[in-house]
Ligand binder design. Structure first.
Ligand code: NAD
Length: 497
């Protein structure tokens, strides 16, 4: 498969075997930090996608995986976790080259990926049904949770292996089979995961991986009659198309979509800690995070102090070579994304918002000039400005001043999105009032971290529906079957005939 020491040609995983695309086509995958090609990636055809769905369907219908004892499924998932941990350095290096993210960020993700597989390995044996109490005492009633079937998993490019693990681990734990479609620009760690799955003993056809044109393959997967459920993470615009398409066949769908998540800082907060968290909250992963805290709303009495401190301390955020362990912010992953960030920063200037920091491309010494880097950017803006309303998906934060609690809540909720929020306050009453009032899937109080296996993650409003990472996620890869058994001595004769 290796054509040169650095440029591999990848294949598709279908029915437990690696193979090139049926028509032999490949496309070039580039390192966004340098612009250099790093892989020739197999470009799956419609025929390949059909074969992958067939393999997943056959494996599911044969009951090889869904009928396996949950404890055995759990062992295979645990083995996958161990193999991921064992190969962590290699996986991190591949992710950094493919995505452009800082290596420190990729390291953190790798730990979370292992945790995710371990969590769902444990969950495989705990996908419990219930015992029910129907009004007729001679009827026993209970529910079983059965796997939903063949899952089409569609993943974006910002956290390629992490978001893959959020879907694959619970789907497999529930007994589903999967066709995984990674983002076209970042497929390499998903392919490594396919190798790990086979090594761990996953039966053939249980996990299939198709790479290629995102829009076509994604659309075919969502339309495909052999697929029972679509687990999608991506933009709200694509999520709407996915939901509309899936509705034609009444496929089950979960959607993890975009965000414009706020941080709310009150005057009684630990301002130093809030500044540090707000800097991390927007510049982590170069701001290419669905839950990026891209709007910082600050109470008027501490607004000037907070903003001055943020801008001063954000100058210490290091943008640079993603492979340098000291780098905080790596490259922007896609050319279109880079241009979108530039467009939004220009729109802020044109609409009269005030740029306090950055707002420009960053030039990194020693890194190929084709690399795409953006300066950590901070802009004073309000809801009139597009930059304060729309998802930029880059290292760009806006600051807005609020006068009181009611206005803070109104500003925070004045968004089409509702994925995540942070609240900074030491007043326990206020903090809890505000957290309850926010229309948001996750709210973190006085913490820069909010996303962990075991803690459900997902959106309100246009941020999607369904939850990942929780125990309840197992329900979203399951169908509930109600089973009733009559235990009376005399036969029932409802019509009395
Ligand atoms: P995108 O919507 O362009 O693509 C997402 C995935 O969908 C990719 O694999 C793509 O190839 C595929 N796709 C494209 N067109 C399709 C179609 N018509 N049918 C089916 N699949 C199709 O999103 P992106 O630019 O890759 O990712 C960034 C977006 O993802 C941001 O909006 C971000 O907020 C969101 N995101 C959300 C979460 C979350 O958990 N809520 C996590 C990460 C990213």
């Amino acid at each position: 498969m290796i054509t040169s020491p650095d440029i591999a040609t990848t294949q598709l995983l279908i029915g437990g075997a690696w193979r090139p695309a049926s028509d032999g086509r490949t496309y070039s995958d580039e390192n966004p930090a340098t612009g250099e090609p790093i892989a020739h990636v197999a470009e799956a055809s419609r025929e390949d996608l059909d074969a992958a769905v067939r393999a997943a369907r056959t494996a599911f219908d044969a009951g090889k995986w869904s009928g396996m004892a949950p404890s055995r499924r759990a062992k295979i998932l645990f083995t996958m976790a161990q193999l991921i941990a064992k190969r962590s350095e290699e996986l991190i290096a591949i992710e950094v080259r493919d995505n452009g993210k800082a290596i420190s960020t990729a390291k953190g993700e790798l730990g979370a990926i292992v945790d995710c597989f371990e969590f769902y390995a444990g969950a495989a044996t705990k996908n419990y049904g219930q015992t029910l109490a129907p009004p007729i005492p001679t009827l026993l009633a209970s529910t079983y949770r059965e796997p939903v079937g063949v899952v089409g998993a569609i993943v974006p490019w910002n956290f390629p292996l992490l978001l893959t693990s959020w879907k694959i681990a619970p789907a497999l734990a529930a007994g589903c089979t999967v066709v995984l479609k990674p983002a076209p620009s970042t497929p390499l760690t998903a392919i490594e995961l396919g190798k790990i799955a086979l090594e761990a003993g996953l039966p053939e056809g249980v996990l299939n991986i198709v790479t290629g044109s995102g829009r076509e393959l994604g659309q075919w997967l969502v339309e495909h009659p052999g697929v029972d459920k679509i687990a999608f993470t991506g933009s709200t615009a694509t999520g709407r198309i996915v939901a509309a398409t899936a509705s034609q066949s009444l496929k089950r769908v979960t959607l993890e979509l975009g965000g414009k998540s706020p941080t709310l800082v009150f005057d009684d907060a630990d301002i130093d800690a809030a500044v540090a968290a707000a800097i991390y909250g927007i510049y982590y992963n170069a701001g290419q995070a669905c839950e990026a805290r891209s709007r910082v709303l600050v109470h008027a009495p501490v607004y000037d102090r907070f903003v001055a401190s943020f801008v001063e301390r954000a100058k210490n955020v290091r943008v640079g070579d993603p492979m340098d362990p000291k780098t905080h912010v790596g490259a922007i992953t896609l050319r279109e994304q880079f241009e979108k960030i530039a467009m939004y920063c220009q729109s802020a200037v044109d609409e009269g918002a005030t740029t306090l920091l950055g707002g420009q491309a960053a030039h990194i010494d020693g890194v190929n000039a084709a690399g795409m880097f953006w300066q950590p950017t901070a802009i004073e803006a309000d809801a009139r400005h597009r930059i304060a309303r729309e998802e930029v998906f880059g290292p760009v934060v806006t600051f807005t001043r609020f006068d009181d609690e009611a206005q803070a809540i109104a500003f925070a909720n004045e968004s089409d999105y509702g994925l995540s929020a942070s609240v900074w306050s030491r007043d326990i009453g206020r903090a809890n009032r505000v957290m309850r009032a926010l229309r948001s899937g996750t709210v973190a109080l006085n913490s820069p971290y909010a996303v962990f296996p075991g803690v459900p993650f997902g959106g309100y409003k246009s941020s999607g529906y369904g939850r990942e990472l929780g125990m309840e996620t197992m329900l979203q890869y399951s169908e509930t079957k109600s089973v009733l058994t009559y235990i009376g001595e005399k036969p029932m004769n409802p019509f009395g005939v």
